[in-house]
Design a protein around this ligand. Structure first.
Ligand SMILES: [Zn+2]
Length: 87
């Protein structure tokens, strides 16, 4: 299955998120990156949500791999983690 926006393969977790968040009867799917754009969110937050759904026992997320967001290394948003000592 290919992302309707960019044509990349849709990750299993993105597929499950689309069914869970967008539409249980969804017929168009987006990859994680495009899904995040659609929601004005970030991939990290989507993956967090996916883990949360799985934690709560949602069957959509039971048997899929939820990748580690930090491995994707695309946040660039944690500006607060600078050197501890600037004195
Ligand atoms: Zn895409």
């Amino acid at each position: 299955m290919a992302c309707v926006d960019c044509g990349k393969p849709v990750e299993p977790v993105a597929h499950a998120l689309a069914l869970k968040i967008v539409n249980p009867c969804a017929t168009e799917f987006r990859c994680l990156d495009c899904l995040a754009k659609t929601f004005g969110s970030s991939v990290e937050r989507l993956l967090d949500a996916a883990r949360n759904y799985r934690f709560r026992g949602c069957v959509l997320f039971k048997d899929i791999e939820i990748p580690d967001a930090s491995r994707r290394d695309q946040s660039g948003r944690d500006q607060g983690a600078g050197p501890a000592s600037l004195s």
